[in-house]
Write a protein that binds this ligand. Structure first.
Ligand SMILES: [Mg+2]
Length: 112
């Protein structure tokens, strides 16, 4: 399995931009519509597990790809680097959840 790298993300973004441009779909891709699409696709991903574990992973792969696709499109629309914003949020999460308080615990930070 290949890891997601900046180069691979750039390649994926280029392919996504081409697909959108070729079909003139950019007109539908307001930040609000893209955010709604993330949530809709996340629900479709959840549906794969609605009645138990999925029998095969193909639908999960496709719905997860849909979620990631809309996340990448929204980040692109907002001029955000997906890696930068994930790493930035990781720093925030590290600060909110110090290891000594959160190791092995699912407690929310305001309940420590
Ligand atoms: Mg879908």
């Amino acid at each position: 399995m290949q890891h997601m790298t900046a180069d691979r993300t750039g390649h994926t973004l280029k392919a996504l931009r081409e697909l959108v441009q070729e079909r003139n779909w950019g007109q539908f891709h307001s930040p609000e519509n893209l955010a709604k699409s993330i949530s809709i696709e996340a629900a479709e991903l959840l549906e794969c597990f609605q009645w138990g574990p999925p029998e095969d992973n193909s639908a999960v792969r496709h719905e997860l790809a849909d979620v990631i696709t809309y996340c990448l499109l929204l980040a692109d629309k907002l001029g955000l680097d997906p890696h930068d914003i994930v790493l930035e949020k990781l720093d925030i999460t590290r600060a909110k959840y110090p290891i000594e308080l959160s190791h092995g615990r699912s407690t929310k930070h305001d309940q420590f």
